[in-house]
Every structure is written in structure tokens, then in C-alpha cells.
Design a protein around this ligand. Structure first.
Ligand code: HEM
Length: 522
């Protein structure tokens, strides 16, 4: 109350692990009770932000606090104040206790703060470079082609979410480690052989990372555990062995002065070696920790976003035509292996707009900051507030991304064309630009020094995938008995709206409930 902003009291802490498992089930029962609809059912579950959007801020203003038994959570929906929080990295650090579990393979960018973070970030920034983006581009184009081949051969595609995860895992294998794999659709996956074991182990690690983080690798090594858990442990070991081998190889290559590939792992080893002359290099453990965190941070973020985008496109044939016009204009009749990262990617503005519009509405990663040990003063609009120590400070991304004040009356509609304007410097009628926005109203990759280092990586990957999929093909929902195509599309939109929830990240829970069909354009 002393902060002087509206408050909402909720009975269970947002970080309570037991509650996180049962929240929605219990609240759905509560909602049925005559007195059951209050702050508890409105706010006390994981992912409430997406259902609520900007409504709480419309009711209470740009800042309010949720009071929980453990901490106070301050929600912020004001662009200038948000940018202030992002810029003041030491005043509003990351609450590291939430991320500690990501230390499975070693300390990394996501789990350190202060000087250690600065030092790691400086080295890592050099690895996410244009040579790496070129690898991301060509691998994504090639994999999208194979994925389309698989989807195009089926009468009904139900495995969208699984296949986009395979796609993003393969891109990471190549751009992160230098290992290229042929795309295998959901029904084509073979049992492991030696060649796929690295990729397979990475997949098992990522699929089970919550379990690994919760139990720890020491516990998982116990021989009396069930087979499934031992398999997870084996995957951790072979993933670690693979990283060690690449590390040793690269160290040798470096001392021989032979040039190598620009994948993230080799660049990290090289950059670390170069920095070692100034005693600021990464340790071997930190290299492993970071390679894991690149995979963790880059896998489902892009895969879920692709799933959302393809579903939205299936429901919006006019947007597919709009995309096709750009793809035909930029890529013409050239074959995918002739598409060029340097000249084609920057021109695919509409493809980029599809990404922006999708992450605006379905932002995959929630960001949290806190005030740690000290009170902080923050100007929010006309008011200046003092935020007490140990307060969580949460950018209300789902609100700022949809507030009509910044996005207009159709803010909740998925409309990629809102991102495009005619180029001011070109006379060519097709030359378009992405609109410039006020800083702080669009924050899916966060902002400031601690924003996502994989932003461009994910943009290149997404745009290459969309170009590969939609240059010659289109997608529709499969009609159910007695349904028109129009109502099938409305059903897909309804599914996106009602069936999306925060698991680890925000995702569609059952995209297989709306099977799709891919057809070649006439
Ligand atoms: C659509 C795709 C993506 C989105 C929306 C996204 C979003 C974000 C956000 C919001 C953060 C800040 C989290 C926080 O402050 O708590 C972040 C951090 C991070 N992201 Fe991404 N990300 C994406 C893809 C990727 C990819 C492809 C990679 C790597 C290949 C990656 C690597 C990282 C890393 C290492 C961090 C930690 C940075 C640090 O703490 O300094 N991300 N990402």
C-alpha cells in the first residue's frame, strides 16, 4: 500500500511448484462456485496474462501490484518506464534463483549476473555473427524444403508441433555445433543409430530438462532408477561427451591455426582462446553451460512461434496470398539453394512481419526482473514511485503488446500488414519497410543490454522457414464433416485462442486437433 499503486491480493505464490502443477485444474472447479470469481481465479495461475491481456492495466493504470504470500509482483505497462527498467540492469537485475536450474552443464549467460555476466556476454556476442546467420539461413531453407516435402506427401498433417520442434533442433545442431541432419517427419523417425545419437541425446535432454533440473544429474546416475530415467541420464552423458570432443578438436584446430566453421560452439572456443590472452576467457565448464543454454533458449521459442504462425496462416488465406506476392517478387523462380542470405533475407519484410505479429500476440518468453536488496525509484507516467527491496518487477508484455493506445482498436487481431509501410526512399512500388515503433511497446526479445542475443538467429531461421514453405505451396485446415472452409478457419482461430497456455513457454497445447493440408499453388 505504501507504494501507492492499486493492489490485488492473491493467496498462493506464483513460484509455488506444487501449485504450478495443479493450478488450472483446481481453479476450474473454483470458477463454478457462486463466489468463485475473484482475484484468485483471475490471476493465480500460470499464463493468466494471455487471457487477461491489457484489461487489468485498463482498470488500474500503467502499474499495479499483485500481493502474494511470498513476494510482491509489480506489473508495468508503460513504455518509458519499461525502457528505464531494461536500461538500469544493475538496479533491476534478473532474479537468478529462478534460473539456477539451468546450470546443468555449467554456469552460463542466463544464470550469472554482474561482472561475470558482462564478461560472458562480451565473448558470446562475437559468436552470434553474420557468418553464423548465413549458416542458419541455408540450413533453415534446406530443412524447410524437406519438411514441406514430408507435409506435402500427407493427406492430413497432425504433427505440426512435433515437426517444427525437429526443424528447430536440426537448425541448432548445424548452427550451434556444425552437425547437419536430414529432416525426418513425425512418422519417419527411425530408431537411433550411431550417426543420430548426438542429435537424439540433445532432444532427450531438452525434452526432459525440467526433470533433469529438478532431480540433478547426480541423482539420475543411480543404477536402481527406472529405465526411462536412466535413459535421460545416458543422454546427458553423451551430450556432454559430444561437447567435450568438439571442444578438444577445436582447441587443436586453433593451435594449428586452421580456419574452421562458424558454428556457435567452435566460435565460443576460438573467442575464448583469443580472450585468454587477456585472462577474460570462458572456462571449459562455462563453454558447455552456454552451449546448452543456446539450445534451451533457441529450441522451443522458434518452434512454438512457427507453429502459431502456420496455424494463423492456415486460417488467413489472404495473408498467404500477400506473402506469396512478396516471395514471388523477391525470389522469382530461383531454386531454394540459390536463395541468398545477404540479398534476399533483408527484402523479405512481409515474412518478417508475420514473425513480429505472431510474437506480439503470443510472446514465448516471460521476462522477470527484481529490485533485489535495494529500494528503487521509478517514474511511471506522471508519478514517481519507490519500489521496495525484493519486489518482482514484471514487464506486462501481454498488455503492452495489445494495448489499444499503442496498437489501435484491432490490437487483438492477428494482422501482419500492420507492420509494413511503403519505403520512403524507393520509387519501386514493391519496396516496403517495417514500421518504426516507440521503444518499449514491443519487447518479445526483451530490451537493453540483457536482451536476447539470439534475436537475429531466430528471425533468420523463421523467415527462411516461411519462405521455404510458402513460396510455392499453401496450407488450409482440413474441413470436418458438414463444415465450410470458412468455418474450418474460424475453428482454427478459436483453437489458437482457447488452447494456448504457458507450459515452460507459451505454446499451443493441441495443434493436432486442427489437422492441415498442404497444396501446391496452381
Ligand atoms: C522467437 C525466438 C526467441 C525469443 C522470443 C527469445 C526471447 C528472449 C528473451 C525475452 C530473453 C530475455 C529473458 C530474460 O531477461 O529473462 C532471451 C534471452 C536469451 N536468449 Fe532468446 N529468444 C528467442 C530465440 C533465441 C535463440 C534462437 C537463441 C540462441 C540460439 C536464444 C538465446 C538466448 C540466450 C542465451 C538468452 C540469455 C541472455 C542473457 O541472459 O544475457 N534465444 N531470449
Amino acid at each position: 500500500r505504501k507504494v501507492g499503486v492499486p493492489i490485488r491480493v492473491i493467496p498462493i505464490s506464483h513460484g509455488n511448484p506444487f501449485w504450478m502443477v495443479v493450478d488450472r485444474k483446481i481453479l476450474s472447479l473454483f470458477k463454478k462456485l457462486p463466489f468463485g470469481n475473484g482475484n484468485f481465479t483471475r490471476y493465480n495461475w500460470r499464463g493468466w496474462e494471455i487471457e487477461d491481456r491489457y484489461r487489468s492495466h485498463l482498470e488500474m493504470g500503467d502499474v499495479y501490484v499483485q500481493v502474494t504470500p511470498e513476494k510482491n509482483w509489480l506489473y508495468l505497462c508503460n513504455p518509458e518506464a519499461l525502457m528505464d527498467v531494461f536500461r538500469r540492469r544493475s538496479d533491476f537485475p534478473r532474479p537468478l534463483q529462478i534460473y539456477e536450474m539451468l546450470n546443468i552443464f555449467g554456469p552460463n549467460l542466463a544464470t550469472v549476473e554482474g561482472y561475470q555476466w558482462k564478461q560472458q556476454r562480451k565473448i558470446i556476442a562475437t559468436c552470434f555473427n553474420e557468418q553464423n546467420n548465413e549458416i542458419v539461413w541455408s540450413e533453415s531453407v534446406s530443412l524447410a524444403h524437406d519438411m514441406l516435402h514430408y507435409w506435402g506427401s500427407k493427406e492430413s498433417v497432425k504433427s505440426l508441433a512435433d515437426d517444427t520442434r525437429t526443424f528447430s533442433l536440426h537448425v541448432l545442431s548445424r548452427a550451434g555445433f556444425g552437425k547437419s541432419y536430414k529432416f525426418q517427419g513425425h512418422d519417419e523417425k527411425s530408431t537411433t543409430n550411431t550417426e543420430t545419437s548426438y542429435n537424439e541425446s540433445l532432444k532427450v535432454v531438452l525434452d526432459n530438462c525440467v526433470l533433469i533440473m529438478a532431480l540433478g544429474t547426480n541423482f539420475l546416475s543411480k543404477p536402481w532408477l527406472p529405465r526411462r530415467l536412466r535413459r535421460v541420464y545416458q543422454a546427458c552423458i553423451s551430450f556432454q561427451n559430444y561437447m567435450t570432443k568438439v571442444y578438444e578438436d577445436e582447441k587443436r584446430t586453433f593451435s594449428d591455426k586452421r580456419s574452421t566453421d562458424s558454428n556457435l560452439m567452435t566460435s565460443l572456443v576460438r573467442a575464448s582462446h583469443e580472450e585468454s590472452l587477456t585472462s577474460e576467457s570462458l572456462t571449459e565448464k562455462e563453454i558447455y553451460g552456454n552451449v546448452f543454454v543456446f539450445n534451451f533458449a533457441g529450441h522451443d521459442t522458434t518452434a512454438h512461434t512457427l507453429t502459431f504462425a502456420i496455424m494463423f496462416l492456415a486460417a488467413n488465406p489472404t495473408v498467404q496470398d500477400w506473402l506469396f506476392d512478396e516471395l514471388y517478387h523477391v525470389l522469382g523462380d530461383r531454386q531454394p539453394n540459390d536463395w541468398n542470405y545477404n540479398t534476399d533475407f533483408p527484402r523479405l519484410k512481409r515474412c518478417t512481419a508475420v514473425l513480429m505479429e505472431t510474437v506480439r500476440l503470443y510472446t514465448p518468453v516471460p521476462v522477470a526482473k527484481w529490485t533485489e536488496k535495494h529500494a528503487q525509484i521509478l517514474k511511471v507516467g506522471e508519478n514517481t514511485i519507490t519500489i521496495p527491496p525484493a519486489t518482482m518487477v514484471i514487464p506486462s508484455y501481454a498488455a503492452i503488446h495489445t494495448h489499444p493506445k499503442y496498437w489501435g482498436p484491432d490490437a487483438l487481431a492477428w494482422r501482419p500488414s500492420r507492420w509494413i509501410k511503403k519505403s520512403s526512399i524507393s520509387l519501386n512500388s514493391f519496396d516496403e519497410e517495417i514500421i518504426s515503433l516507440q521503444r518499449g511497446v514491443f519487447i518479445p526479445w526483451s530490451e537493453g543490454e540483457r536482451s536476447c542475443p539470439g534475436k537475429k538467429f531466430s528471425q533468420v531461421e523463421f523467415v527462411a522457414a516461411i519462405a521455404g514453405l510458402f513460396r510455392e505451396w499453401r496450407v488450409d485446415p482440413i474441413q470436418q464433416r458438414g463444415e465450410t472452409l470458412e468455418s474450418a478457419r474460424a475453428r482454427v482461430l478459436e483453437l489458437i485462442d482457447k488452447d494456448s497456455a504457458q507450459v515452460l513457454l507459451l505454446q499451443m497445447l493441441h495443434p493436432e486437433r486442427a489437422p492441415l493440408i498442404w497444396r501446391r499453388r496452381q
